[in-house]
Design a protein around this ligand. Structure first.
Ligand SMILES: Nc1nc2c(ncn2[C@@H]2O[C@H](COP(=O)(O)OP(=O)(O)OP(=O)(O)O)[C@@H](O)[C@H]2O)c(=O)[nH]1
Ligand SMILES: [Mg+2]
Length: 229
């Protein structure tokens, strides 16, 4: 744990819900430094290997590099695969007098790195699930979502309670004649029970990348705002 920081476990009770985009019971677990009046919020981009998680963070970093004071940390294997995680921190201002620091992480999507994924999920406050729209990746998306559910459970967190946004990435590939799954199929496969906000996106071109991030931050902030004293 970070020096001088401790964990506040916010109560797991109703956080005022309206509609499918705001489940009633978010459990927010954030690092709060009362002395420095600072909150750290950890958002993890999760999903199948090669789905575009790192590309999301790279786009955000490029787009906001004037406001992001720290370098993006990224650890890659040969051929651009994430080995451990990517990390991108930035400040979003104050809530109730607290400086809010957002930390974006990615996990390595390759199946063999499951213990690393679990490690990166430690202390997670919110999830962006990046699915790959390519038809050939249909099964991999479903397996990765199941893997997320399992790994969250190892921290006693429910995929139904944590703030979660789905991103259907690589929509641009349809223009190149590469078969992509229709939005409705992705919704049926991945979101029929979760009923989370979902975005069709292209991390390559940046389409809906910032919107995805804003959605997850606003869902997380809504919960935090109620719980910060
Ligand atoms: N056409 C297209 N390609 C994309 C898009 N997003 C990512 N890619 C490409 O897909 C490949 C994998 O992207 P990454 O961002 O490295 O994927 P990842 O999810 O971080 O993969 P792991 O680190 O192995 O889990 C790269 O070659 C990207 O350029 C997209 O929206 N459209
Ligand atoms: Mg990666």
């Amino acid at each position: 744990m970070h020096d001088g920081l401790f964990i506040i476990r916010f109560p797991d009770k109703g956080h005022g819900s309206s509609g499918k985009h705001c489940p009633a019971r978010y459990l927010i677990l954030a690092f709060v430094n009362l002395k420095k009046k600072e909150v750290q919020v950890k958002v993890v981009y999760y999903g199948p290997g090669r789905g575009g998680k790192t590309t999301n963070l790279e786009y955000i970093y490029k787009r906001f590099n004037k406001r992001i004071k720290t370098e993006m940390v990224t650890i890659k294997t040969h051929g651009d695969r994430t080995l451990f995680f990517d990390f991108l921190p930035f400040d979003i201002g104050k809530i109730k007098g607290y400086d809010v620091k957002i930390q974006l992480y990615t996990v390595p999507g390759q199946v063999k790195y499951d213990s690393t994924r679990r490690l990166v999920l430690r202390g997670v406050d919110a999830i962006v699930f990046v699915a790959d729209s390519m038809k050939v990746r249909r099964e991999k998306n479903i397996l990765a979502l199941k893997n997320l559910q399992k790994n969250l459970l190892s921290y006693k967190k429910s995929i139904f309670k944590i703030p979660l946004v789905l991103q259907y990435n690589k929509r641009d590939l349809a223009d190149q004649g590469i078969p992509v799954l229709p939005f409705e199929i992705l919704e049926k496969d991945l979101n029929s029970q979760l009923k989370a906000p979902s975005f069709e996106a292209s991390a390559m071109s940046g389409e809906n990348v910032v919107q995805t991030m804003k959605q997850i931050i606003s869902m997380t902030m809504r919960s935090l705002q109620r719980d910060l004293k």
